[in-house]
Design a protein around this ligand. Sequence first.
Ligand code: FAD
Length: 480
Amino acid sequence: MSSVAIVWFRRDLRLADNPALDHARNHHDRVVGVYIHDVAAEGRWTAGAASRWWLHHSLRSLSSDLSKRGGRLLIYSGDTRRRLGRLIDDTGARGLYFNRLYEPDLVRQDRKICSWLENRERIEVRSFRAGLLFEPWELTRDNDHPYRVFTPFWNRMQKQWRPVTACPQPRALSVPDKLPEDHGLDRLDLLPEIPWDEGLADTWTPGEKGARRRLERFADQGVGDYARVRDIPGRDGTSCLSPHLHFGEVSPGQVCLALDASGSLPGGRGALAHVRELAWREFSASLLFHFPDTPDKPLNERFASFPWRSGYSRDLAAWKQGLTGIPMVDAGMRQLWHTGWMHNRVRMLVASFLTKNLLIPWQEGARWFWDTLVDADLANNTQGWQWTAGCGADAAPYFRIFNPATQGERFDGQGEYIRRWIPELAGLQEKAIHAPWTARPEVLDQAGIVLGRDYPKPLVDLKASRSRALEAWERIRHAD
Ligand SMILES: Cc1cc2nc3c(=O)[nH]c(=O)nc-3n(C[C@H](O)[C@H](O)[C@H](O)COP(=O)(O)OP(=O)(O)OC[C@H]3O[C@@H](n4cnc5c(N)ncnc54)[C@H](O)[C@@H]3O)c2cc1C
């Protein structure tokens, strides 16, 4: 009997290792894909500008990949339930399949959709795990409470590791003879009106093919040295897979299989270090799932009364523009603006500078990242900001405040990263480039730099602002 299935694509924009698609084509002879851009369903966290840019190109790529195999992606904007209901009626579908997402608003939406469809006859509704190695509720402490510290979480993950497998990508698909009209990609209006996206286009290839190429390159050339160079922002030492993972153009399982084709926990030093980073991703997803208020509220409730500064709009603007006068911070913020991505170590430095040296609430930084990162991810971003601000899970002791100048000397010793993103400082020697305000006048002269004219003087004194942060911490430290 000929039967139709709908595959509801969300952030699983790939054909390979896509369990919802695999199930649909194994159990039905006609399959139609649908993407619904439902801004209301995302609550307060609708995609930012850089994510929208990525989504546009990723959907175009998926749509073309499906068409090449005889399939089809229908694209709509509007209310998910209404669109799905209509599509089920129009196609007479007998199956609706999707891969699970774990953000609080989306979990709520999915529950509603499933219970609404339970009452409809003759349609099977199933969801699958596709974006994580473990469900957020699978790795818990012995008392079933979620982990709040990473190392035991990671130990549990290694202990519970099960061989990773991936489902094949379809070679050919058949669609129903008659399909309803869709809105099409352009109606979603995802691209910016003012063309600021040139740097993004030069840096990235959104879509499954781009993801595969990045993964292959990393598995062939990057992973061997990963443990040694992953902290050096001037080197291409990490995988740069984060936006591809976020949009589901590649699955974490596929990453593990590229590192060890047997599906076992990879054993090499670089490969294991990389899976450990994927474990941070799993940890973040678990935290968001179990503590759904954390995108706005500190996990450590003591921080609810933290004495943040007020009247900080000028400093916040300088931070966003990469004009704080602190080279490592400015280099990171300019890399972000230009490419939609920033190296992890530098993310920690710019976040620490904002929340501790400038005493600006972490939520302001998280919002800016949300709008400008191509890998903006509610779980990872929330965790990264809360961790750095000292109020999140497994946060470092508050008094360990990064000094961006000494961090620069340590991780960008030759100043390569700074020269790349702050050309106006390129003429400075290594010793001066991380703290130009300490350089002798003749050193600045030789490089042709006048501080305050060619490059800003520092917004704050690093030592004094560190002390101010510690005083602020003292005020909440003993609060219940
Ligand atoms: C303040 C702050 C905000 C952040 N915001 C985001 C965000 O919005 N989206 C995002 O994907 N990551 C975020 N991170 C985590 C991390 O910086 C990026 O995942 C990483 O830099 C991506 O580069 P990569 O793909 O080359 O990483 P690799 O080093 O190659 O790591 C492989 C993958 O592991 C995951 N991963 C690595 N580090 C972390 C981490 N610390 N936490 C969670 N997952 C991790 C990512 O999916 C990454 O692609 C943030 C970190 C901080 C400190």
